[in-house]
Design a protein around this ligand. Structure first.
Ligand code: FRU
Length: 479
């Protein structure tokens, strides 16, 4: 481990993200209770307020008006005699179906898992003051444990066609759906997934969403399922299933063995969508359970991804998720480099100096004679490589030499993402993460990295011949 500067503490706080949410101190994992109400995006999250290691779970709370800058609020939900407060969701009960509303404000209802020593069950709490204070329902739990060990992470939405609330619930190796008229009384509807998709780990944090299909007049249902372990590059990851939902049953149009992954990096987990936005937007925990408790930060541990808008693309009956980063808000951008045309080749790499993360890179290729080219994030003592391998139809992120990697055996890795033909990429680099959106968000990778020195250059190298780009823009961001 090399520390070029003396102040190790300073260095560790230097891993604090600039344009991603992280708690001022202590541990976080999954985003919870994502709900939009009266101009505020609420972000609750799994929180351990006494340590930077996972422990008794609370719901921490932050709000944002632009999805990029966040204000931390007091803890929303504390553990109680029924157990810890595990992951879940929140909705605005506009029609007061629950009867919890007391004043003028619509009531927000949180639906979460009580993780007790005996078992897991689902409970609710409500807020009549725009999410600032919460009252747990006296009749908790609202769904008791039916004898399933992993029985958690309720995600609820209002299903207009059948006039009821629908809950998706993770049950170890499948998802169960429940229905309710009032968020208090729930009926089992159906199950999905024992015979479908990836099963290398426990299914967690589901979300059933209705998505626009680009260029089509119809929409499609997509069931999001986190899985841990069993991801394509090891550990935690998110798979999805496209299909139809009739208010009772979800039917996928995928073959049983088919696996669809939302993000091929190692560090995008437990993502779910905001309730109450016009277009689906989700956010994930930027981490992986393989090493989440060991990442080399000091006062805090864990952060969220950039929020992403979701779409679907119809590829002759095969539906693919598209993610576009929500990235504007109050952030000030400064142009570092812009060229409408240029080349780089083996003997002559293009080196663009940058002042330090956060920054973005937008690269659109014209012609690539070189079968492989690399975008390298270079600091004095380390490098992180994004390798675009045309002949293998892959993009790989190599973080084996990216700085601090030895805190966990599982961390140093070369992560592989299959793609069709590389056209363009958008890269968001923060102080300890990269999020790579290839071909307008059709192929996505999220990876953490801990470079001890600041990134000082972005280098473009071709393995042979010449690579010609038609656009290269690098912008630094001042939060
Ligand atoms: C996913 C998860 C959830 C659970 C929570 C506990 O990362 O394991 O299934 O509710 O974290 O903190």
């Amino acid at each position: 481990m090399i520390f070029l500067k003396n102040d190790v503490q300073m260095k560790k706080e230097a891993f604090r993200p600039a344009v991603h949410f992280s708690p001022s101190k202590h541990w976080i994992n999954d985003p919870n209770g994502l709900v939009y109400y009266k101009g505020e995006y609420h972000l609750f999250y799994q929180y351990h307020p006494h340590s930077t290691i996972w422990g008794p779970m609370h719901w921490g709370h932050a709000v944002s008006t632009d999805l990029n800058t966040w204000e931390e609020l007091p803890i929303a939900l504390y553990p109680d005699e029924l157990g810890q407060i595990f992951s879940g969701s929140a909705v605005v009960d506009w029609q007061n179906t629950s009867g919890f509303q007391t004043g003028e404000e619509a009531v927000l209802v949180a639906v979460f898992t009580h993780h007790g020593e005996d078992n897991e069950k689902q409970s609710i709490a409500y807020s009549n003051d725009r999410g600032r204070t919460w009252v747990k329902y006296k009749g908790n739990p609202v769904i008791s444990n039916p004898g399933i060990k992993d029985f958690r992470d309720p995600k609820v939405f209002w299903h207009e066609e059948s006039s009821k609330w629908i809950m998706s619930l993770a049950c170890g190796d499948h998802i169960q759906f429940y229905g309710s008229p009032n968020l208090k009384d729930w009926n089992y509807l159906s199950s999905f997934g024992k015979a479908h998709g990836a099963h290398g780990g426990v299914w967690e944090c589901p979300d059933l969403i209705f998505l626009d299909v680009e260029g089509e007049k119809f929409k499609k249902w997509v069931l999001i399922v986190s899985i841990n372990p069993g991801g394509p590059n090891g550990g935690s990851a998110i798979q999805y299933f496209t299909g139809d939902f009739d208010g009772t049953v979800f039917v996928t149009d995928q073959k049983k063995e088919e696996e669809k992954w939302a993000d091929w990096g190692r560090d995008f987990y437990a993502a779910v969508t905001w309730s109450g936005t016009e277009q689906p937007i989700w956010i994930g925990w930027m981490n992986n359970w393989q090493y989440a408790n060991q990442t080399p930060t000091d006062n805090f541990r864990g952060s969220m991804s950039i929020p992403r808008k979701l779409f679907l693309e119809n590829k002759r009956g095969d539906y693919q998720l598209i993610q576009k980063p929500v990235f504007s808000g109050e952030l000030e951008k400064h142009l570092v480099f812009k060229e409408e045309q240029g080349t780089f080749c083996l003997e002559n790499p293009l080196v663009v100096k940058v002042t330090a993360a956060p920054f973005t890179v937008q690269l659109k290729m014209k012609q690539i004679d070189s079968p492989t080219f690399t975008v390298r994030l270079k600091s004095e003592s380390s490098q992180l490589d994004i390798v675009i391998d045309q002949s293998a139809h892959q993009v790989r992120i190599d973080r084996t030499k990216s700085g601090l990697v030895e805190f966990s055996e599982q961390f140093p890795s070369i992560d592989v993402m299959p793609i069709d033909v590389f056209q363009e990429a958008f890269l968001l680099v923060d102080r300890a993460s990269i999020e790579l959106f290839v071909n307008e968000g059709r192929f996505v990778m999220t990876d953490l990295f801990y470079s001890v020195d600041s990134i000082e250059a972005v280098e473009f190298r071709a393995s042979s011949n010449q690579a010609e780009y038609e656009k290269l823009v690098i912008q630094s961001i001042r939060p």
